[in-house]
Design a protein. Structure first.
Length: 137
């Protein structure tokens, strides 16, 4: 929520609507996380790093930019491949072990990217209810 409040909305309400709609569509579960929000931040305007990163020592700035890239890239691939570590690793050209290491480093839960379970159809729900009625009686 604080990301939405802190963002300078140049497109006003329409841009807010678009960001929320996109986040809801791309969200694999019931909860929209910060990683689902597509905000064109100051970092996007200044290239891969923000203006504040340029005041840091080189190694610190580089580590921050690489960390941001790793996290965004990993989230994008996990979203693309439904949380599959193997398919993410194959696409990225790295090992499954490296993907798991990155997931742990960035505190990402791959289960957030799995497709939601399909709700049972009405026929299956009626059959399950009928089965419960028979076992209770």
């Amino acid at each position: 929520m604080h990301l939405l409040l802190a963002y300078n909305w140049p497109g006003n309400v329409r841009e807010l609507e678009n960001v929320i709609e996109t986040a809801i569509i791309e969200c694999p579960g019931d909860t929209v996380e910060a990683s689902h929000l597509r905000l064109s931040s100051a970092a996007g305007q200044h290239g891969p790093c923000g203006e504040e990163d340029l005041d840091l020592p080189f190694r610190v700035a580089r580590e921050r930019v690489l960390s941001t890239f790793e996290e965004r890239y990993l989230i994008a691939q996990l979203r693309r491949y439904g949380g599959s570590i193997k398919r993410t690793a194959d696409h990225a050209g790295i090992s499954c072990k490296h993907v798991r290491c990155l997931i742990k480093r960035h505190g990402i839960d791959r289960r957030d990217f799995r497709p939601p379970l399909r709700p049972r159809g009405a026929k299956a729900a009626r059959a399950a209810t009928r089965h419960l009625e028979l076992t209770v009686a």
